[in-house]
Design a binder for this molecule. Structure first.
Ligand code: CDV
Length: 300
């Protein structure tokens, strides 16, 4: 398993320049024997929701993919097939009906699409908030994913996908856990400064690992969390990509905040230790006690 962390992508970097970096990491992953390599959320461009871009729709549109693969991304699919390696990729999707999603795809070792996921939990805000040092306009630039959390049989196991903010919500893991997921792939972009409550800034690293380790353990699944980290267009973002075992233990962690490949040997049978014992859902879960969870958003 390869977790291909990316360092910053500048505003003026071309798709071809970024795809070059992805291909380099993919080749490194292949050289190290990986069957699957995971790239971050919105891995083809700079993290554009940090800007209010309504006055410049051409610029906003330039960050979305209207086809996948498209002319610049076809190379990734070709390379995957050539190396016989699968990949997960996050990108901004603009559909032919004009709908916009924060999307990830899972592609197999033949370069064929296994599945697509559209981000369920969209953080940030809808309107321009000039008092912030930078914006987080995901709620303006994307629609909430309508399809929920699916799993796919691929790579000899049961694979799931999520994106960034999803990793903070226990429901993300549980919905896939209930579908017997064995490996959850999660790309993220997490600025170190959280404008609504800067007291959380020093805890970014702790919270990042806390939620993914808990999600892995409580569902007996591998979790692969992959960052786009470092200082991108003046905004410092968390790196610390990780590969987490079903025990909740981190088995590989990034040492830098730049382009870096982490590799781990991930035995999917390790999931059984947890799924068949402490977290034997069939034996121990009490769904009739959890009705609040799907009945309402809050205590209202
Ligand atoms: N890209 C993200 O979803 N980022 C959020 C930040 C804004 C809190 C995250 O949960 O990391």
């Amino acid at each position: 398993m390869g977790a291909a962390q990316l360092g910053p992508i500048a505003k003026d970097n071309t798709r071809n320049e970024v795809v070059d970096r992805l291909v380099t990491l993919m080749k490194e992953a292949s050289d190290q024997g990986c069957e699957l390599v995971v790239f971050p959320e919105l891995a083809l461009t700079t993290f554009f929701p940090r800007w209010y871009l309504d006055d410049v729709p051409e610029e906003l549109n330039s960050y979305y993919e209207t086809e996948m693969p498209g002319p610049e991304t076809q190379r990734l699919f070709d390379q995957a097939k050539l190396l016989s390696i699968g990949f997960y990729l996050g990108y901004a999707e603009l559909t032919s009906e004009g709908r916009r999603f924060n999307t990830s795809i899972l592609v197999d070792e033949n370069g064929s699409l296994v599945g697509k996921y559209r981000k369920v939990h969209l953080p940030g805000h809808e309107e321009h908030e000039p008092e912030r040092p930078f914006q987080h306009l995901e709620r303006r630039y994307f629609e909430e994913g309508p399809d929920g959390f699916s799993v796919w049989e691929a790579f000899g196991g049961v694979m799931g996908m999520a994106l960034c903010n999803d990793r903070r919500w226990p429901e993300t893991y549980r919905v896939m856990g209930l579908q017997n997921v064995e490996m959850i792939l999660i790309g993220y972009n997490t600025p170190l400064h959280y404008a609504p409550d800067p007291s959380q800034n020093p805890l970014q690293s702790f919270h990042n690992h806390l939620v993914m380790q808990a999600g892995a353990y409580q569902n007996g699944t591998w979790v692969i969390g992959v960052a786009k980290g470092g200082v991108e267009e003046g905004v410092d973002s968390l790196a610390e990509s990780v590969i987490i075992a079903p025990s909740g233990q981190i088995v590989a962690q990034a040492k830098t905040s730049g382009d870096e490949l982490l590799v781990a040997d991930c035995d999917l049978d390790w999931c059984k230790h947890y799924k068949d014992t402490l977290f034997d859902f069939d034996r121990y879960r009490r769904p009739e006690m959890y009705e609040f969870i799907t009945r309402q958003k809050t205590d209202q």
